[in-house]
Ligand binder design. Structure first.
Ligand SMILES: Nc1ncnc2c1ncn2[C@@H]1O[C@H](COP(=O)(O)OP(=O)(O)OP(=O)(O)O)[C@@H](O)[C@H]1O
Ligand code: SF4
Ligand SMILES: [Mg+2]
Length: 320
């Protein structure tokens, strides 16, 4: 008998996020998402604006908007995630580094404080740990002892990476961590983030618009459309040979190489569905060149095609 599969680091099952609407049915923005992340893995969430990437990331961090109703199961190493896990087992890297840093404390002091409160170390040891973490991201000592507003965007993002990793989390959740940076710095910071997570043994859940960066940096990717995962598998295979028509359309919507990366946001013909308006059939049917009557009638369930999970009645490359 084969040995039992190791328990996943993160297990998300049937995750739903909805917003109550007066006198109408709730608007479901995340509609039953499930995936697993292994220890040390880089797992990416991609999809058009409004697909539900950030809500998924926020819900699993326990940071969904107050108005949202969240259901489903999120387990980290087999145990439910609690608010106390944030900054300990779970760390977050936001889009805007300034929002993660206190404006009134020097960067090094903030890290030392985080170390003291989580690990209970004394002042001297905590400061040494903070200095090490900041130096590991390549931040010069004079930048480490500066206030956040005195740093460039790239330096701030390094400080935020150090802050996220200083207490040895199991999982780092980064939602568009480089979009505030200029294109040249984006690749540096993403490479640094991936490397530091690997050294620290932390898995990375990366939300990104940049499919090319995801192809380079992620082990696996989940492609979201209208609050559902439509394709999930190895990043290189999914983004080079997609089997879901939506993934193909997303890739085809990218302007060709040579343009600045910031302008390479996917834009597809037709509008994504309004959340809550996708009750019958496949949500992508109105925009899908492969749609049939079956697609308009029945929501496709997940199936395995060519080593990935796909939610589509007519995966590409499969006989009709
Ligand atoms: N606080 C909220 N109240 C009502 N609807 C919300 C709220 N937050 C998000 N939504 C809706 O949920 C859907 C998914 O939002 P989400 O922020 O997860 O998208 P996203 O995939 O991260 O998009 P982007 O790429 O633009 O960041 C959107 O239609 C959005 O309008
Ligand atoms: S189920 Fe049908 S409409 Fe939906 S993506 Fe597949 S082929 Fe297109
Ligand atoms: Mg978002």
């Amino acid at each position: 008998m084969p040995p039992p599969a190791p328990e996943p680091l993160l297990s998300v099952d049937g995750l739903r996020v909805s917003f109550p609407r007066a006198a109408h049915a709730d608007v479901e923005a995340v509609r039953g998402i499930g995936f697993e992340v292994s220890a040390g893995e880089v797992f990416a969430l991609v999809g058009e604006s409004g697909a539900g990437k950030s809500l998924t990331a926020r819900a699993l961090l326990g940071m969904a908007p107050r108005a949202a109703a969240v259901s489903g199961r999120v387990l980290l190493r087999g145990a439910p995630v609690t608010p106390a896990d944030l900054g300990r087992r779970l760390a977050r890297i936001p889009q805007d580094a300034l929002s993660a840093l206190s404006p009134v404390h020097r960067v090094e002091d903030q890290l030392a404080l985080a170390v003291r409160s989580v690990q209970g170390l004394g002042r001297r040891e905590a400061r040494a740990a903070a200095r090490r973490a900041l130096a590991d991201t390549g931040l010069a000592p004079e930048a480490a002892t500066a206030y956040p507003h005195a740093l460039s965007g790239g330096m701030r993002q390094r400080a935020v990476i150090a802050l996220a990793l200083v207490n040895g989390p199991d999982l780092v959740v980064a939602d568009e961590p480089t979009t505030a940076l200029d294109p040249e710095r984006q690749e540096h910071v993403l490479t640094l983030l991936r490397e530091r997570c690997a050294v620290a043994g932390a898995a990375l859940l990366l939300v990104s618009h940049d499919l090319e960066a995801v192809r380079r940096h992620a082990d696996r990717v989940a492609v979201l459309y209208a609050g559902r995962i439509v394709e999930l598998g190895p990043a290189a295979r999914v983004l080079e040979h997609p089997v879901a028509p939506y993934t193909r359309a997303l890739l085809a919507s990218l302007p060709t190489a040579g343009l600045p990366r910031r302008s390479r946001l996917p834009v597809l013909a037709g509008a994504p569905p309004v959340p809550g308006a996708t009750d019958e059939g496949c949500a992508f049917a109105p925009r899908c060149p492969c749609a049939t009557a079956l697609c308009r009638r029945e929501d496709p369930g997940p199936r395995t095609v060519d080593g990935r999970r796909v939610a589509c009645h007519h995966p590409l490359g499969e006989a009709a």
